[in-house]
Design a protein around this ligand. Sequence first.
Ligand code: MN
Length: 203
Amino acid sequence: MAFNLPALGYSYDALEPHFDARTMEIHHTKHHQGYVNNLNKAIEGTALENQSLDAILRGLDMNNGAVRNNAGGHWNHSLFWEILNPEDRGILSGALANKIDETFGSREAFKEKFAAAAMSRFGSGWAWLCVHEDGSLHVNSTPNQDNPLMPGSGCTGQPIIGLDVWEHAYYLHFQNRRADYVDTFWKVINWNVVEKKYEALTK
Ligand code: MN
């Protein structure tokens, strides 16, 4: 069964003036669609064709570049759109906020650590907040479209925050200023969505 591009669930200009509409539209309709199309091509007629995206990633042969890049790209962007949903964004609070304070010292210290992961990723990749199987929180980053579900990623559970630090995610609006883009991410993140993901993984 072929994979499909998930609907954004909000308009391309919904994150203005922080994330611009043109970038959002190109990012969703060209980049993400491209990963979906290339993933479908890569798995067509293979044993992966009837597997879920999570199963493909967890069992991935890391030497299979086409599936690695495009299954990762599809999963990563799907999470990204979800946590950028502008509806009922909420604030960082509740059990997740407490766990972040406990793990990193403070919310500000967490944001600094996450920004450092995003800034130190040379070239293209992603920064993550992962919930490990034991419920602990970890910040890390991956290159290209690698994903924390892939073998050897260092995350034993699932990411609940992913930030795209490919230039295609920010160049039109922020040019080379990745730090400004990372800083702006905190203005558009939907903490309610992230919190729900955290609770589902730790209950
Ligand atoms: Mn992207």
